[in-house]
Design a protein around this ligand. Sequence first.
Ligand SMILES: NC(=O)c1ccc[n+]([C@@H]2O[C@H](COP(=O)([O-])OP(=O)(O)OC[C@H]3O[C@@H](n4cnc5c(N)ncnc54)[C@H](OP(=O)(O)O)[C@@H]3O)[C@@H](O)[C@H]2O)c1
Length: 275
Amino acid sequence: MGYKIGFIGCGNMGRAILGGLLKAGIVKADEVIISCHTKKSCSEVEEEYHVKAVLDNQEVAGNADVVLLAVKPNKFEEVIPDVKAGLEQNAAGENTIVISIAAGKDIAYLEKNLGKNQKIIRVMPNTPALVGEGMSALTVNAKVTEEDLKYALTIFESFGKAEVVPESMMDAVIGVSGSSPAYVYMFIEALADGAVAAGMPRKQAYTFAAQSVLGAAKMVLETGQHPGALKDAVCSPGGTTMAGVLELEKQGLRNAVIAGEMACIQKSIDMTKCD
Ligand SMILES: NC(=O)c1ccc[n+]([C@@H]2O[C@H](COP(=O)([O-])OP(=O)(O)OC[C@H]3O[C@@H](n4cnc5c(N)ncnc54)[C@H](OP(=O)(O)O)[C@@H]3O)[C@@H](O)[C@H]2O)c1
């Protein structure tokens, strides 16, 4: 039987994507096939999503119209030979679309290992996909048609926002959205710590901090106003917010964020160069 989508690996990101696709009705459970490394993961995925899960990557790559590579980058050497063998047997032939979400694996690497005639889409999603608020960047090789890209966008828009970027932007994407949820969690944790220091119960502090970050992010996205203008609107002359802003500037908040993000971007550049 031919499946619409096959997942090679289905851990954190794979499950976030699968959950989004099923919830949005883009695919039905019986149109999906998954391969995992262990029987335990296969059983978990089958139980939770009612999809078919196997231990055979070749079977998945050989029987799906879209093959999504969702293993860790260091597993690629191990899985690529089976994926390639599967693609060679796939009845859809060169129309099969391979989507990779791995950090540090660029289009050149994927073409070298899967063949230049393969339709390849490289995507960088992020974990808020798990709650339907992901941010994904897509970049394609020359074989991918407008129609293929439109379909791929519907996949990634099923659990958040998705935009097409040139591949040269992918390292910046990893810094600004792929990895940045970790930095935002650190900010939320610190914000809550301040409230706890002032006597607020910890659980309540996380709610207040997280909702404020969520609300501020929505203000940026929905008003279209510059973040600086939105900040200015909160800062009354001589007021409490301005006192906080001055101290944050003195402590180097912006520099720390930019430097952390640049370190992440550099790591991504170095990882891609290794292949
Ligand atoms: N996590 C993020 O924030 C994030 C963001 C953007 C992109 N990514 C990318 O997403 C990819 C997956 O990351 P993740 O966080 O989802 O990893 P993960 O939770 O560790 O999941 C990896 C999956 O790969 C499976 N696997 C391992 N070896 C395999 C093999 N030989 N054959 C078939 N399946 C195999 C594992 O199966 P078992 O469970 O059976 O071992 C598991 O289902 C990575 O390439 C990463 O760069 C992650």
